[in-house]
Design a protein around this ligand. Structure first.
Ligand SMILES: [Zn+2]
Ligand SMILES: [Zn+2]
Length: 152
């Protein structure tokens, strides 16, 4: 049984909130940007540029436009990049004020994704930082396994 947690009760961000964030950053809310935000806000899990492209109505914009728009949104901190180790960057909306730090558990059979709350104790990062005389140490980490459906 799934343990309820705040990540699972994914709250959709309003498109108007997202577009006004863009405007606040003095960025134009272009058709493709707004279409991409609309797709991302309906997906609780990260999407690749190609998956976003596939969800857009045909002729809405080309893949290059999506790459550029996603790059901008990433720069503004509105989307976060995740790497599931298959060579394709995935992007997910980050709520304003949230640090977007969480991990995913990815099913190796069906590519299903679960957001997870567990993370390293901060002490480990402090140890790594001290040992190597680094500052601002953080980490990226994704977990992989076989989901309950695929075990049947
Ligand atoms: Zn699965
Ligand atoms: Zn973490």
């Amino acid at each position: 049984m799934k343990k309820p947690c705040q990540h699972h009760t994914h709250k959709k961000q309003e498109l108007s909130t997202l577009t006004s964030r863009l405007r606040r950053e003095s960025r134009k809310v272009t058709g493709p940007r707004s279409a991409i935000l609309e797709i991302l806000r309906h997906h609780p899990h990260p999407l690749t540029n190609k998956e976003i492209f596939a969800e857009l109505p045909a002729g809405e914009c080309d893949l290059v436009t999506i790459y550029r728009a996603i790059q901008l949104l990433e720069k503004l901190g509105m989307v976060k990049r995740f790497d599931f180790g298959d060579g394709a960057a995935r992007f997910e909306l980050v709520a304003e004020g949230a640090d977007g730090h969480y991990h995913h558990l990815v099913c190796t059979q069906c590519a299903g994704v679960v957001k997870i709350e567990e993370c390293f104790p901060a002490e480990i990062e402090r140890q790594i930082a001290t040992k190597n005389r680094f500052q601002a140490v953080t980490h990226r980490l994704e977990f992989f396994g076989v989901c309950p459906d695929c075990q049947k």
